[in-house]
Ligand binder design. Structure first.
Ligand code: UDX
Length: 509
């Protein structure tokens, strides 16, 4: 592993030296800007203009992000904010149109404002035209999805294959293609082979890797101010380009007097870093959820337990919130893909514990359904509980707060299980209603918290949105039919709720 040569201290010098240049000024965003978006014609010209390769790739390479989901869109917008000229590519024309008109087609705090601002600056555009992308960028980041393969645990790499092959065929000069999507180790080598096969002969296009660690709901911050940068390349040329690509982040850190560690490593390690990090986080959550089961059985309180062990800095207090388990587009599929890949490489036995991490996590869902049935005074038969006639105010559908993402959402899955047990489930979520409705049409959805809780027999508070965490037990008590609450977020003070006449049930307490 090589130590990165370009440090935050050097970035500070570079920033001071270049501070008059708008291309290298990460504070450009604080200046007043025109409140006008590029019109249709200007945008069309920007996107379709075939621009010459940037002359000075050592300071600010031009960048493309292929795949404009939660990951690629955030990166595209934030790198424009850092002063780079950026194009975002996606095959979904409606999505691209939405970005280009300044409307973020997803919920992510802070990003809508940044999108508008950087469209106005002219540094950011989105397109479905792969030729324009190939002509424009010096560095192409692959940000497409790698979902779980249907009926298997391994990752589906078909979106990566399509993006890489498509791009390669349109290239006309040497560029760097950098993988950002989460992949099984060995993928970078395969991507290089794809490029060699499909790019015009003799260009010498290279592949590098640079995993991302952004958390939805905090994505903008995680990209602009990451806690580390990791990348891998196969040559000095590519290593220099990767340094230049990340220069803007280090310059911003220098201005804010922060350090951002840079780890430069080999391709296989860079690929593994991401899945290793996610597997570790998932393990931490399942560990505390297993402790929640034990706490319930022993009459202990897992919330106090987590606080007490978290003060040990070797353990740390983050990702120790027991509850309904982890979900989302990353953790569940990443641990399965890691375990599957380890099996392919002959070390599957060492990763059996990840299967257990997965099982502990999915068991949260049956466990929670049982807890709701207990609260409602219904016993479980061989086919699970019968909840017919029970009206449930169901608060939360997304996989976590401050996002509209419902991928592998534990809350939504539990809602469906309660519906299967014949409960009348009325769901409210601040941002996830539309996505949830499309995925689970059998549930009832309402647009306000008040509608959800009216005459409820049980309130299930499942996703720690601020609107739910700040609920007042007395005010809520006046709206429901029965004062019964399942706190799937473990966010409330049980004594407080019991004092107001509620039957309170948390997770592991
Ligand atoms: C995760 C990683 O955190 C991020 O670094 C990586 O780049 C992508 O995958 P994300 O999927 O956005 O990010 O969500 P995260 O905040 O990690 O939460 C994942 C799930 O774990 C959520 O369902 C959340 O509710 C749950 N969780 C988190 C817990 O149940 N308990 C905790 O203590 C923390």
């Amino acid at each position: 592993m090589r130590e990165a040569e370009y440090t935050t201290a050097q970035a500070k010098v570079a920033f001071t030296y270049n501070s008059r240049s708008p291309r290298t000024d990460p504070t450009h965003g604080r200046r007043p800007h025109r409140a006008r978006l590029p019109n249709e014609q200007t945008r069309h010209q920007m996107v379709n203009a075939i621009q010459p390769p940037s002359q000075n790739t050592t300071t600010r390479p031009r960048i493309s992000f292929l795949g404009c989901g939660y990951l690629g869109a955030t990166y595209a917008i934030c790198f424009a904010e850092l002063g780079y000229e950026v194009v975002g590519f996606d095959v979904d024309a409606a999505k691209i149109e939405s970005f280009n008109t300044g409307v973020l087609p997803m919920h992510e705090p802070g990003l809508p404002e940044l999108l508008k601002k950087n469209l106005e600056s002219g540094r950011l555009r989105f397109t479905t035209d792969v030729q324009a992308v190939a002509d424009f960028a010096d560095v192409h980041f692959i940000c497409v999805g790698t979902p779980q393969r249907k009926g298997e645990h391994g990752a589906d790499l078909s979106y990566i294959e399509t993006a890489v092959v498509n791009l390669s065929k349109h290239l006309s000069r040497k560029v760097l293609i950098v993988g950002k999507s989460t992949v099984p180790v060995g993928t970078a080598q395969w991507v290089q082979e794809l490029v060699d096969r499909h790019a015009p002969e003799g260009l010498g296009v290279e592949v590098g890797w640079s995993p991302e660690f952004l958390q939805e709901s905090n994505a903008m911050h995680d990209v602009l101010r990451p806690n580390r940068i990791v990348y891998a390349s196969q040559s000095e040329w590519a290593s220099q380009l990767l340094k230049d690509v990340h220069r803007g982040i280090l310059e911003l850190a220098a201005v804010e007097d922060r350090e951002v560690p840079v780890v430069e490593t080999d391709l296989a390690t860079a690929e593994l870093v991401k899945v290793a990090a996610n597997a570790f986080l998932a393990t931490k959550i399942s560990f505390i959820n297993a402790m929640a089961d034990l706490s319930e059985a022993a009459g202990a309180d897992v919330v106090d337990l987590a606080r007490a062990i978290g003060y040990d800095q070797r353990i740390g207090n983050r990702f120790l919130r027991a509850g309904i388990g982890f979900g989302g587009g990353c953790l569940p599929k990443d641990i399965r893909a890691l375990s599957a890949r380890a099996g392919e490489l002959g070390v599957g036995e060492s990763f059996r514990f990840l299967d257990e991490v997965d099982s502990v996590n999915t068991r949260r869902r049956t466990h929670t359904v049982r807890a709701v049935a207990d609260l409602a005074g219904r016993t479980s038969g061989p086919n699970g509980p019968d909840l017919s006639g029970v009206r449930i105010a169901y608060l939360g559908a997304t996989f976590k707060p401050d996002t509209d993402d419902i991928r592998d959402s534990p809350a939504l899955d539990i809602a469906r299980r309660l519906r299967s047990a014949r409960a009348d489930v009325v769901v409210y979520d601040p941002e996830g209603l539309e996505n949830a409705k499309a995925y689970a049409p059998e549930l009832s959805f309402v647009k306000t918290l008040a509608e959800a809780v009216a005459d409820a027999d049980v309130v299930c508070a499942m996703v720690p949105w601020e609107e739910f965490r700040t609920l007042d037990p007395e005010a809520l008590g006046r709206q429901v039919a029965e004062r019964r609450i399942l706190d799937g977020m473990n966010a409330f003070d049980p004594e407080q709720w019991r004092k107001h006449g509620w039957s309170y049930q948390g997770i592991g307490r």
